[in-house]
Design a protein around this ligand. Structure first.
Ligand code: SAM
Length: 179
């Protein structure tokens, strides 16, 4: 069975075509950025940590891929992306093996989602892989679930994909599609 992160890639691979504009809202070590860059030449990737840009640049070089790497928060997407967007992915939480106090936060995550809500093309998708075991994680999870739950069903499909029999707090996936 696919794990949530694998399912997010599956859901994105179904719709992304070469030249579509797509966004990795939380670049981290670049796993999602490189996945997207193998599908389209128009990937914008955001992170607030310089280390994320170094790791991602290295990974892209190793794979012979390209993406626009932006050292800024995803709440500032409009400063960098003028085109309509086909897809976006968020991995909420902190960067493994880095400073665990640098986490995604509800206000900036929701600001980015509000922007993407407008910029997303019909049949476009947003994937939210939600890690919430860390301090502040439950608060962000609640804020995101509240936000997606209010999207009108006439215009949006919202799905949740989650392990139900695991101890601890494994990540789960929320998929949003504009109808
Ligand atoms: N997708 C990444 C990968 O493939 O390695 C993992 C992402 S990690 C769970 C979350 C990342 O979000 C961290 O690298 C952190 O620096 C970044 N982040 C936190 N706040 C952010 C913001 N406002 N805008 C963009 N990135 C942010």
């Amino acid at each position: 069975m696919l794990r949530p992160i694998e399912m997010s890639h599956h859901m994105l691979a179904e719709i992304i075509k070469a030249d579509d504009v797509v966004i990795d809202a939380t670049m981290g070590n670049g796993w999602d950025t490189s996945f997207l860059a193998a599908l389209t030449s128009n990937v914008y990737a955001f992170d607030i940590q310089q280390e994320a840009l170094y790791s991602t640049k290295k990974l892209l070089q190793m794979k012979g891929l390209q993406a626009k790497l932006i050292l800024d928060g995803h709440e500032n997407i409009v400063k960098y992306v003028s085109e309509p967007v086909k897809a976006a992915i968020f991995n909420l939480g902190y960067l493994p093996r880095a400073d665990k106090s640098i986490i995604t936060r509800p206000n900036t995550t929701l600001k980015a989602l509000e922007i993407l809500k407008e910029k997303l093309l019909p049949q476009g998708r947003i994937m939210l892989v939600i890690y919430y075991g860390h301090e502040g994680g439950e608060e962000e999870k609640a804020a995101v679930i509240d936000w997606v739950s209010t999207l009108p069903q006439s215009d949006w499909q919202v799905m949740r994909y989650e392990p139900l029999n695991q101890i601890h707090k494994p990540p789960f996936l929320v998929c949003i599609e504009k109808i």
